[in-house]
Design a protein around this ligand. Structure first.
Ligand code: FAD
Ligand code: PYC
Length: 430
């Protein structure tokens, strides 16, 4: 099986050996001869590490545990399919333009890992550093963005302020008329920001983790966390008990629910976050545009769809349901910025469930239960953090203590008061 995984046409070194004729043959036989990209093993009774949640963060943690720490006797347990949670539902925006030093460090680490990820995983994650613009529509916006740009640059991260003419030159379709209801006074720009293909990130990490010996079990739900006193000893699942001295909860959308299985109460609320895409059209937008004031963000996918989203649904829910009022809200906002998009027809709409902490920053931490770790609360912005979070979680699990890069994202901060307020960071989504 392992050999088969390595022989997949998406796979790296063998790509040179893999001829175009094989690709044609696979297409002609409806991919019947196409081998699996990762194994589908039976769960073993015990492992060194259990990772609950087969989204990007869990898979990345398993990969970096193997690669950076030599820990390969790991299982990733996923209740549905890999990347079927928020990893496969997000709008793919990547950037590291955060205000607080602690956030800057981890999101920038993540962006740097993204910059080498296709090579690292030998899998094209379609990173497109097309720039991320945050629009200013009034003097307050402009001052706030200027303050942020200053802070971001002090952390050595690229960020700049554009004036109206520069924004218009970059985004010709944007309504920059001075008589617009929301005139564009300028924008902040992170040129290294952009988008990546969300599924590919999950698949790339899954294949690379599998190749290093990690077991990935899909369609297996964790239903209980087993403790012996103050230490974790394993999990109960729909496929039986699995033992391990180290267990990581990486279940965005259900972090507090799963943590409660170990008796932990987390300061997390779960909310739906929606997005939608239009029918595909010719290239018209080659950057990411976000507007906190008008309240919408938009980009164009490589397939031509206009991808957009806005804020959280303000009620808490575990239902991944979209709603008409969000479409109306997003359309109204979008048309303020891009009047020509009024002729677009919308194609698909969906929701994911995101976990939010009171300070809009994540938890990436050890817990009071020995051997139990939590990686969650990334809210509306964890896709960009996927490799960085996985890398830091792997360190936390291997060393049983946080890396300097995630030390501040501890559970303790909710009792010490050392919160990291990033409510403004998403500008739109929070
Ligand atoms: P997930 O991908 O959700 O993985 C968690 C997994 O845990 C799931 O697959 C789930 O099935 C599994 N699980 C849950 N409970 C159990 C259980 N009991 N047993 C076994 N498995 C379990 N972020 C950005 O940076 N940029 C964006 O543009 C962006 N846009 C977004 C747009 C939308 C509409 C949404 C919903 C989110 C967006 N986000 C964005 C946020 C981002 O998607 C998430 O923060 C990130 O994907 C979280 O990754 P994860 O691997 O932690 O979680
Ligand atoms: O964190 O950049 C972000 C984001 C965009 C849309 C949702 N989250």
């Amino acid at each position: 099986m392992r050999q088969q995984a390595k022989n997949h046409p998406g796979g790296g070194k063998m790509m040179s050996r893999y001829s175009v004729f094989s690709l044609i043959r696979n297409a002609m036989d409806y991919h019947e001869g196409w081998s699996r990209v990762w194994r589908s093993p039976e769960p073993q009774p015990s492992y060194d590490v259990i990772i609950i949640g087969g989204g990007g963060h869990g898979l990345a943690a398993a990969y970096y545990l193997a690669k950076e720490h030599g820990i390969t006797n790991t299982v990733v347990i996923e209740k549905s399919w890999l990347g079927g949670g928020n990893t496969g539902r997000n709008t793919g925006i990547i950037r590291s333009n955060y205000l607080a030093d602690e956030s800057a460090a981890i999101y920038e680490k993540s962006l740097q890992l993204y910059e080498g990820l296709s090579q690292e995983l030998n899998y094209n994650v379609m990173l497109s550093q097309r720039g991320v613009l945050n629009l200013a529509h009034n003097l307050h916006d402009l001052r706030e963005l200027s303050r942020r740009v200053g802070a971001i640059r002090l952390n050595g991260i690229d960020s700049e302020i554009l004036d109206t003419a520069q924004v218009q030159a970059m985004v010709p379709a944007l309504n920059c008329s001075p008589t617009a209801r929301y005139p564009v006074l300028g924008a902040s720009l992170q040129r290294r920001g952009g988008v990546a293909r969300h599924d590919a990130v999950a698949w790339g990490f899954a294949r690379a983790a599998d190749a290093r010996g990690v077991d990935i079990i899909q369609q297996c739900e964790v239903t209980g966390i087993i403790r012996d006193g103050d230490a974790v000893t394993g999990v109960e699942t729909t496929r039986g008990v699995i033992k391990a001295p180290k267990v990581a909860i990486v279940t965005a959308g259900h972090t507090s629910h799963v943590a409660a299985m170990a008796g932990l109460r987390l300061p997390i609320e779960s909310h739906p976050l929606q997005a939608l895409v239009s029918e595909p059209v010719k290239p018209v937008l080659d950057t990411v545009v976000m507007s906190g004031s008008v309240h919408v963000y938009v980009s164009q996918s490589d397939r031509g769809e206009i991808v957009m989203g806005a804020g959280l649904d303000h009620f808490t829910s575990y239902a991944q349901r979209s709603s008409l009022q969000e479409v109306e809200h997003m359309m109204a906002s979008l048309l303020q910025l891009f009047p020509t998009f009024s002729r677009l027809r919308m194609m698909r709409q969906w929701a994911g469930i995101v976990d939010t902490c009171p300070d809009a920053s994540p938890i990436l931490s050890t817990t009071p239960v020995r051997g139990l770790y939590v990686d969650g609360g990334w809210g509306t912005g964890g896709f960009k953090a996927t490799p960085g979070s996985g890398w830091a979680l792997a360190h936390t699990i291997a060393e049983d203590r946080a890396h300097a890069i995630n030390e501040a994202f501890s559970l303790d901060r909710f009792t010490t008061g050392a919160l990291i307020d990033e409510h403004g960071a998403a500008a739109v989504a929070h």
